[in-house]
Design a protein around this ligand. Sequence first.
Ligand SMILES: *Cc1c(COP(=O)(O)O)cnc(C)c1O
Length: 411
Amino acid sequence: MSNDGRDRHWRSSRLSQLGSSIFAEVASWKREAMAGGRDMIDLGIGSPDRPPLASVRNALSEAALREDSYAYPAVGSGMPFKEAAAAWMLHRFGVQADPASELVTLMGSQDGLAHLAMAICDPGDKALLPDPGYPIYGASLALAGVQAELMPLREENDYLPDLDGIPSPVWDAAKFILVNYPNNPLSAIADLSFYERLLHKAKKHDVLVVHDLAYSELAFDGCRPPSMLQLPGAFHHIVEFHSLSKSFNMAGCRIGFLVGNRDAVSALRELKDNIDYGVFTPVQEAGIAALREAMADDGRASVSAVYERRRDSFVEALRAEGWTVDKPKATMFIWAKLPKMGWDKGSDWSSRTISQEMLHSCGVAIIPGEAFGSEGEGYVRIALVEEEARLLEAARRIGCFIRGEYRDIGG
Ligand SMILES: *Cc1c(COP(=O)(O)O)cnc(C)c1O
């Protein structure tokens, strides 16, 4: 036997609950395709391909050269970054938050999303999650022993949860409800009137609203996504995750923050005080530079313009190839119904088999909708994380794939 059991022994059963293994599967398809020497266009993972502004990189490197930058930063300190984050919240959304008590710095919002349930829930508690949804949401509940109540997000409801369709006992039993607009993977947006209805429900049933606003700065056609904290009385029932990853091309730096209700914020801070000692000081300084820059130019250097151009040319190119997809209003993602395959019509294509076949036959990596939950079946997610020329090449290859012109190549 080749497997002597060594790679299975020290592994908790909890790990198998950590959501989708499809991302790992897509990664292995990619390795296979690369090993075969194929040029691959990776529109899978939503990691920004461009660098942050020079001023941000300068702040990072200047701080990295200082001798005093290498002590534990400590979660509770780091006031300059929290003050910059609070100033940006005020500038961008008109939201006033106390940086000391209503804001905590995170190693990327993923850090907070992973730990929040552990900090505010007990095992056996329940929480409402979107389906499809970003995988860490479900994983964090599994780690905390919290039970997920899934809210289907469907096209006919503009991909918003049907708040009135959730039975009262489910509302009453839930500790928190998580929403994410602009949405990954759906690209859907929400407006303040939806947030008002949500806050009303949350108050009525004493549920905390957790809003993941990772894509606040990535919206098109003049749209500027609001913060839920703009609503009157929001701080009693809402916390909001912000991330510098997508807004300022800083994904690898790992910095974000949670802002809102002070009980939930301090619970997360208390947990993190036991786990890490804060974000590396140079990264905090780079974050401050990014936020200051955004306030100084009022978002004019925003990454949106780049993604908007990519969106327009890619969607038009795909349509010309015979795959009609909707133009997203926000985010870096296209959420598309499976294409009508011009060949092998009898096959029962799923989001997984189409993605796998597309990667193998024409070297374009995308993510099967199923990776985000059962409601994602029938769709795929395409990330606009390559420059326009490569996106156009991807559209051309996808066209050939749909028509079956690649059928006999590769394996
Ligand atoms: C990318 C992303 C995040 C951001 O994660 P960071 O840890 O801040 O890099 C959070 N939520 C969603 C929905 C995302 O797509």
